[in-house]
Design a protein around this ligand. Structure first.
Ligand code: CA
Length: 370
């Protein structure tokens, strides 16, 4: 008797939840959704738009793995179909598309939509900011994800952290960078805040999606480009069109990936499907971190063995200049945008604290073994 009452109560509750998620749909659709949430097995077909070339190693493949995991774990009740950059919408339109509900799900990096939401850049990568290990701690246990969700709420977008492409490299150059003066007039593909920093240092940042970088370097329409790290950079063949590979990746010590979901689509899912989506995102997120460290190491070794390009650190004076210009860019951004100020306060306080721990934890341990 108690069990029957419980089931009846759950059914009614789920029905209300489904109705709430389907405002604006035809009455017949509402009835169908209500029945499904109560257990009739309604299926959902989602589109996932991405900023990546088709099945691009690491990022595109992670989007595909996420879609497959959700589809299989749900027994096909929630089917997710992936669209590469340009297949349904251009790469930088992913956020707008998910916000408008023209696709239920998106996969990308938040700094690609800085024109729509300037403060979103803090959830992509910050010059001289947190590494993947540090930012994951901030997002999951330091209040970062809550701030991110608050920022996207007015756009009707629910957001999850989709992984990280690892600590990046400084990029590929066809000009030597020996001094601060060599940054002047440098035309470089570099998105987000890193691009603004380069501009401040006298260079010309260019924003290009991944698929256009190789040709831009080959034709000389840019002098330099950053992309990710050895794994993805070799995948694009960038080692064939540049002479120097510089480090560290000051512009993106770690680029956080974003999984976005249209809020109404999210709310229309029954609880168990929401849990499947959350679990699948977490599964793919943890695998991505491991994959990037393994593959970056493998492709760095390959580049060294081939010996065709020169792998160099940026001179200290260049990094000092870029760090000083970064502080200016971030100070101006936080002064004109209240959300950015709040997010940066949380970000920078966490970076300081977690850095203190890692100095005597991971960094001391890796330094000690040499
Ligand atoms: Ca990058």
């Amino acid at each position: 008797m108690k069990r029957r009452e419980l089931l009846a109560g759950l059914g009614a509750g789920a029905g209300v939840a489904a109705l709430a998620g389907c405002a604006g749909e035809a009455p017949a659709d509402r009835a169908a959704a209500s029945g499904a949430a109560a257990g009739s097995g309604e299926t959902f077909n989602w589109k996932m738009v991405t900023t990546w070339p088709p099945n691009f190693p690491g990022t595109g493949t992670s989007a595909a793995e996420l879609a497959e995991t959700i589809t299989r774990a749900s027994g096909g009740r929630l089917t997710v179909r992936v669209f590469a950059a340009g297949e349904l919408v251009p790469p930088f339109e992913v956020f707008n598309t998910v916000s408008a509900g023209a696709a239920e799900m998106g996969h990308g990096v938040s700094y690609y939509w800085k024109a729509q939401v300037e403060a979103a850049q803090f959830f992509g990568a910050i010059p001289f900011g947190m590494t993947p290990t540090e930012s994951a701690a901030w997002l999951h246990f330091g209040g970062g994800l809550e701030l991110w969700r608050e920022l996207y709420e007015p756009f009707g977008v629910m957001v999850f952290t989709g992984g990280n492409t690892g600590t990046q490299m400084g990029g590929w150059f066809n000009r030597e960078i020996n001094s601060v003066d060599d940054l002047k007039g440098l035309k470089m593909r570099i998105p987000g805040l890193g691009g603004e920093v380069l501009q401040r240092a006298g260079g010309t940042p260019v924003m290009l999606p991944g698929g256009e970088i190789y040709t831009a370097m080959q034709t000389g329409s840019v002098d330099a480009t950053e992309w990710v790290g050895p794994y993805n950079d070799v995948g694009f063949g960038l080692h064939e069109v540049a002479d120097y590979y510089y480090y560290p990746g000051w512009q993106e010590p770690g680029a956080i990936l974003e999984v976005s979901i249209n809020q109404q689509a999210w709310e229309a899912l029954p609880d168990d499907l929401q849990e499947i989506v959350k679990s699948a995102i977490g599964y793919v997120e943890s695998r991505m971190g491991a994959e990037y460290n393994a593959r970056n190491a493998q492709f760095l070794r390959q580049l060294r063995d081939e010996g065709k390009i020169e792998i160099r650190p940026f001179p200290d004076a260049v990094l000092e200049e870029l760090r000083a210009r970064s502080e200016e860019v971030i100070a101006e951004l936080t002064a004109r945008d209240e959300a950015a100020a709040r997010i940066y306060a949380s970000y920078t306080a966490f970076q300081q604290q977690v850095g203190e721990w890692l100095d005597i934890g991971e960094r001391a341990a890796t330094a000690a073994r040499r």
